[in-house]
Every structure is written in structure tokens, then in C-alpha cells.
Write a protein that binds this ligand. Structure first.
Ligand SMILES: Cc1ncc(COP(=O)(O)O)c(C=O)c1O
Length: 356
């Protein structure tokens, strides 16, 4: 008997690396300490049968995103949100058009579902900007779904509403992974789900709120589709863990406190990263304007070898671009404490100097 081996190679790789002291490889902000939230352990009581589609959480997510609760599907992280959304939208053999480069699990899920995956490019020369014309050229009559990230992982590039609306007008549904979107503070962005029923958006409290362990994720979709996704979830998680649902409600009720200081830290850290990138003749990168990650090109040499060296000798780490199908690039994340970022960048600079 043969087994189909389907997996996210990237996530397995990322999760099996040894932790380092000054990582530049992460893409979330510093974890939020739960003891800052006002709750008692009794609030997390497991009160018998699980609440079907726990209404307080559905309402809290809807209120945060600016959509009615009937458009909200709760899911374990953006990861399960992407899986559920695509599983509801994609049948084997369907053509699914995915940005390149992208977050590898989005590709893995589409392939797992038996999609025929096609691609459109986000070009390094354009700062990986989302180009509606490039999407339009790649759409065919067979395309059933277009898949994007906004902000873009790996580059952090921001796509505005005008660009998204043009893509929404092309015909196929558009799945927008918005796990980083709230880090575009300057733009005060709205979810693409508010731009019309062609859009399906996914997100979570993982990246910008430092609550990855909570697995508070969601899908926003038009009501009939949202209903189909809830039904489909009977085959996956069935229900979410009750303590997590309740903690998620608490976190959403105190989101300003959870996010306090994040904007300032990210602006400071992006400034440091931009100064570093501008100072390096061996790297090419547009300045970071939004978000948590940058995706510079290493002008000569191999980012994988650089990463191996950083991990072995410098107690730091990057994400080699091969995980994003761009092997001459690498990703850095700036969401951690400023002092650790400074040290990580200094060590990256020293490792690069040695390689010259
Ligand atoms: C684009 C994108 N989507 C989803 C995820 C996973 O997020 P979550 O922890 O909410 O499952 C990540 C994590 O790196 C990501 O970069």
C-alpha cells in the first residue's frame, strides 16, 4: 500500500530548529503575558457540553472585524481558518491561483485538496506589491479561487482597497489571509471581507497580538458560505476548547491593552531594520513600511548557508528564501524586543562581513 505524503515542509522545518537567543526568524510580536488579563480560573470552567458556535466569541470577532456575526466562523488559528475556507471552496481538479512568493502552507493546503495550482508573480523589483494586472493575466475561465496574503508574507507589502477591489471584480472568489493586516497601523485597514461577498478573509490573534498559543482564529465570509464552513468543521475540530473560547473573548474585550505599545515597538524596530538594510551593500531591500517582516535579497552567496552559520555560531537565525520559492532572499522578523533585534542585526551584519 502506498501513502500519500502530504505536509507543510516549511512548518516542519521551522518547528524543528533549535531555539536561538536573538532570532530574526519569527514573524509575530513578543508574546502577551496572560496574567495581564483580568480573569479568574473559575471563568474557564468546563461547563458540560460545548457551546455550539459559541455566540459571545462569534460576536466579539464580528465586532472587531466590523461584520455581522453570521459572517464569522471561528477556527483554531489562521491555519485552520485557511484549511476550512479552502476546503469549502475547492474541489479536486479546481484551478486555484496563488500568489508567488507566498506562505507555503497555503500552497500545501490547496494541493492537499487536489487543486490544480497556478501562480501569479509578486515581483521583487516592485517591492512584492500586489499587481491586479498580473492577477488578471493569470485568471482563466477555470479559476475558482484566488489566494493572497495581506500584508504579504514574506515581504510585509501592503495591498490597498483599490487593488483588492479590482481583483474582486475578476470573477473568482478571493481568499485573503490577513493574519498580519492589523500591523499596517498607518493605513487603518479594513478586512477585505467588507469589500463584498466575493471575498473570504482569514486572520487570528497570533501575529500582531502575540497570542499564538490561544489559537483564536476566524474566517469572514458571506453568510451561506460561513454556514457551510461551520458545517464542514464538524469533520475537523468539531468544537474549540472552551477555555480557549473564553480567553479569546477576554482578549478581544481587552484588545487595546493587549496591543498597547506594539505599534511604537514595531515602528522603532522597523526603523532599526531599515537603517541596517540601507547600510548593507550586500543586501537589496525596499525599506519596511508596514508589518513585521522584510524579505531582502542577498546579492551574492547562499541564504541557507548564511542561516546555518547564524544558527551554529551566532545564536541568531533567519528564514531562507527557499521556503518562499525565492532562494536568493531571506526573511527577517522585527516583532521581538528592541534590544534582542539590535543584537540579532549586529550578529547578522558580522556574519555577512565574514562572508565577503
Ligand atoms: C500568512 C500566514 N497565515 C497563517 C499563519 C498561521 O497563523 P496562526 O498561528 O493564526 O495559525 C502564518 C504564520 O506564520 C502566516 O504567516
Amino acid at each position: 500500500m502506498t501513502h500519500r505524503v502530504l505536509q507543510s515542509e516549511y512548518l516542519h522545518w521551522a518547528k524543528t530548529r533549535r531555539p536561538v537567543l536573538y532570532p530574526l526568524s519569527g514573524s509575530d510580536v513578543t508574546h502577551f503575558p496572560l496574567d495581564r488579563l483580568p480573569f479568574d480560573i473559575a471563568d474557564l470552567e468546563l461547563s458540560g457540553a460545548s457551546h455550539y458556535r459559541y455566540a459571545p466569541l462569534r460576536e466579539a470577532i464580528g465586532a472587531k472585524a466590523g461584520v455581522s456575526p453570521e459572517r464569522v466562523v471561528a477556527a483554531d488559528g489562521t491555519s485552520m481558518a485557511n484549511m476550512l475556507a479552502m476546503a469549502a471552496l475547492v474541489a479536486p481538479g479546481d484551478e486555484v491561483l496563488v500568489e508567488a512568493p507566498t506562505y507555503e502552507p497555503l500552497l500545501a493546503v490547496a494541493r492537499f485538496l487536489g487543486a490544480r495550482v497556478t501562480r501569479f508573480a509578486r515581483r521583487a523589483e516592485d517591492g512584492f506589491a500586489l499587481d491586479a494586472d498580473a492577477v488578471a493575466r493569470a485568471v482563466t475561465p477555470a479559476t475558482t479561487l484566488i489566494v493572497l496574503t495581506n500584508l504579504h508574507n514574506p515581504s510585509g507589502a501592503y495591498a490597498d482597497e483599490q487593488t483588492l477591489r479590482r481583483i474582486g471584480g475578476l470573477g473568482p472568489r478571493v481568499l485573503v489571509d490577513e493574519v498580519y493586516l492589523d500591523a499596517a497601523f498607518e493605513e487603518a485597514p479594513r478586512s477585505a471581507a467588507r469589500l463584498g461577498d466575493r471575498f473570504v478573509a482569514t486572520a487570528s490573534l497570533t501575529k500582531v497580538y502575540g497570542l499564538s498559543g490561544l489559537r483564536c482564529g476566524w474566517i469572514l465570509a458571506e453568510p451561506a458560505l460561513a454556514e457551510a464552513m461551520w458545517r464542514l468543521n464538524e469533520l475537523f475540530g468539531v468544537a474549540q476548547a472552551q477555555p480557549a473560547e473564553r480567553l479569546s473573548c477576554l482578549a478581544l474585550a481587552h484588545l487595546d491593552e493587549v496591543a498597547a505599545g506594539t505599534r511604537e515597538r514595531l515602528e522603532r524596530n522597523r526603523g532599526l531594520a531599515n537603517a541596517f538594510l540601507a547600510s548593507r551593500a550586500d543586501l537589496a531591500s525596499p525599506p519596511m513600511r508596514h508589518g513585521i517582516t522584510a524579505f531582502p535579497r542577498l546579492l551574492s552567496g547562499d541564504p541557507e548557508a548564511l542561516d546555518a552559520d547564524l544558527r551554529a555560531r551566532w545564536e541568531t537565525a533567519i528564514v531562507p528564501g527557499r521556503w518562499f520559492e525565492a532562494p536568493d532572499h531571506f526573511r527577517i522578523g522585527v516583532g521581538g524586543p528592541t534590544a534582542a533585534l539590535e543584537e540579532g542585526l549586529a550578529r547578522l551584519g558580522a556574519a555577512l562581513d565574514e562572508r565577503r
